[in-house]
Design a protein around this ligand. Structure first.
Ligand SMILES: [Zn+2]
Length: 215
């Protein structure tokens, strides 16, 4: 019922304002997420980190979309990317009981006004009728931006950054992020949840990058 309502509202929104390509914002038919030109540049992830489901290689229109979703005050774009990720996600058996976005440090959250990973998780959740739990994983230490850092530095930068909180629900928890490079962030999130007693933890990201400088 809720999914039908969301789809109806989305159809009504398309009547008022045409759908925009996630990569270049060009108008295009409402049943597509990417315009024809951007769709040609999409690629599956070439080397996603272990234990991460990623939808795209972090290149071209996908990289632009994620950059805008993070830095251009565009939470609706992160949400749309989450719906794309949710639509492509493989069935987990049994499926996740809830989604856990990779948290931002509270100071970064205040500066940005939203957590792009939470908006992505909201999009995934809508496609699978799941809930997003913002309270289960905390970023307890601010970390420096990861871009340009090498693998060892990223690792040191992130140690102790995450901690699980509250009473974890039984079943599979799915940790969601925007882009993964070495997989360190998602791995440390999974480890924090497992250390707190999570039964099963998986992780997903919109894109996977083999380059150090992914945003
Ligand atoms: Zn486009």
């Amino acid at each position: 019922m809720r999914a039908q309502l969301v789809s109806l509202l989305s159809a009504l929104a398309d009547l008022v304002a045409p759908a925009r390509c996630l990569g270049c914002a060009a108008p295009h038919p409402p049943d597509q997420r990417w315009c024809g030109a951007c769709a040609l540049s999409l690629a599956p992830p070439s080397k996603p980190p272990a234990e991460v489901f990623a939808l795209y290689e972090h290149l071209g229109p996908v990289a632009r979309a994620i950059r805008r979703a993070k830095y251009d005050n565009a939470p609706e774009l992160a949400h749309a990317l989450g719906r794309a990720l949710g639509a492509a996600m493989p069935p987990f058996a049994p499926g996740p009981v809830c989604l856990v976005p990779v948290p931002l440090h509270p100071q970064r959250l205040r500066e940005r006004g939203y957590n792009q990973a939470a908006e992505i998780a909201r999009g995934v959740a809508e496609m699978h009728n799941l809930t997003v739990r913002h309270d289960l994983l905390l970023r307890v230490r601010a970390t420096r931006p990861q871009a340009q850092a090498d693998r060892a530095l990223r690792q040191r930068n992130l140690e102790g950054a995450f901690a699980a909180a509250g009473s974890l629900p039984r079943g599979l928890l799915l940790v969601v992020d925007d882009v993964t490079t070495t997989g360190s962030t998602l791995r440390l999130c999974r480890e924090a949840l497992r250390a707190a007693g999570a039964e099963r933890v998986a992780s997903a990201a919109v894109s996977s990058s083999t380059r150090r400088s992914a945003c």
